[in-house]
Design a protein around this ligand. Sequence first.
Ligand SMILES: Nc1ncnc2c1ncn2[C@@H]1O[C@H](COP(=O)(O)OS(=O)(=O)O)[C@@H](OP(=O)(O)O)[C@H]1O
Length: 549
Amino acid sequence: SQQDEIVSGLRERVVRRLQAIREPLDRRLRDGSKKRPLGHEQLSQQEREGIRSGLLCGSRSRAGIKRAFPRSGVLEYVEGRASVAGMECERSDRGVVCCRPLASTISMVSTEHPAYWKMLSRFMDYEPGSFRCFPSLIIAGAQKCGSTALTGYLLHHPGIRFARHKELHYFDKNESLCLGSLFYLAQFPARGEFLTAEATPFYLADPRACARIHAQLPWAKLVVVVREPISRARSEYAMKNRRVDAQGDFATALATTETSARLLECLVSAGPRNTSRGLAGCAPRSLRESTKFPLFRASVMKQLRAARADDRKLFFEDFLRECFEPLDDGSKLDVGVASRVFQGNNPPPYSTRFRIRACFPEGVRERLSGEFGDVMRREISQLNACASRNFEWGVVPETPDHAATLVDTCVKVHTGITIQYVYRGLYAAQIARCARSVDKNNLVVIESDDLRNTPQRELDRVAKALGIRPFSYDPRIFQTDNLQRAIRDKYPTFENSGWQLTTTYQAPLDPTLRAELLAFFKPHNLLFFGLAGRHFPRWLDDRHHPGRS
Ligand SMILES: Nc1ncnc2c1ncn2[C@@H]1O[C@H](COP(=O)(O)OS(=O)(=O)O)[C@@H](OP(=O)(O)O)[C@H]1O
């Protein structure tokens, strides 16, 4: 079919590029140690390109050094090996389930690629001998439309098990893909009387994820939850707002010399080998209780892990010296700790402040770039300017394919909750792009209000698409409190990212802004209705959602 041709054409192009990149790299690897760190400036143009395009793994250490090595994950993907090595697929009333033995793959990987295995084993938790099953169901989008509610409901289905974490981001992040399908498989439970599922609502927005999913998991069903785009955007903005607030509070707490001093004492007593557990146990309470703390802890660990095992102690000491500014006023630091970390300074420092910008940049970089109306208007005007420059049909796409080309040309997609509040509500564009690789029969679209109002009916649609027996849910699980509980039990840290089951909005949206946004989204919504084969009149209605959004 045309889709297959596109995929195989793409694959050929990628393989050719890959060969061009691999040859010099293989030579270098033969010449030197497999793990030889390469200074960024030492990377060849091709290697740099390989890292950029995601064909090679590149990791950055604190010293700015990059390592490049062939990415097992991407090799699997490009060569189509991931899906076949030892895989067993079966179709039953449990749907289509494809599994692979984890243990034999592990022994192969650990002997053939020790460096890769070393990196991989850090992320893995597995029982030897078990088969793991790739997901047959992926909740692929869209963000802020109710994907977590849908996950929370499906958690009660006896024939479905979800991955350990919500939002694996395997198909959209080069670093995850880099770890390969073994890493991905390890996120799912050992084979049992169920199919497996994962939910990463960013997949729909990512320009490459659908093609990657199709190449690795051609049997998987993708469920896309959509929502009236203005409410969606507002929900995303509200979540970002919560994150920025939490970030400000964390930075303020960290900036006090008292907190910084206690943190440094805590790190010194935990030492290089026990840093993570130590931080969880002895970091000042004002930090530990913040929703930003897990990110902070992960960031410290990531920086420390960049050090090679043999020089970890040295690296740890360097980290402390670089990240804690010596001061001579403020909250006093334990004398022993001060002289150990800041030895050589004159006069001897007795207090300190954590250098948050240098040492925890991810904790302070999120910003709101204006009021909701400003960011929406700015994004729309940039999109319109780009569209009128590039397309004879101007700013209003006439077909879903036009809409897909519009976003391909005019939107540089960013991960995370960034400034793409408008783009992520252009469902026709994103679904049409996804359908270039994923078979339409494998795409199930659910509308957010329908999910809220008639959940059993929507869950039956998912079961039907998966080819599994319908399941009658206890209606109590649809109550908000129970839904919240189910989500918290499964994903206890999910709310740390600023996510909440529902947002309380302070005021309704300004009517003028609402009218402008409705007018902008209308043609995109109509294209989406055409694709979905359903009309959602509430999306076009000015009176819709006066209270909720
Ligand atoms: N049962 C049910 N059905 C449909 N939608 C529901 C349901 N429960 C919650 N919500 C709404 O989901 C919004 C959050 O969406 P997500 O969970 O997909 O967000 S995320 O992308 O995972 O961050 C969030 O939107 P806002 O409240 O506007 O922020 C929720 O209201």
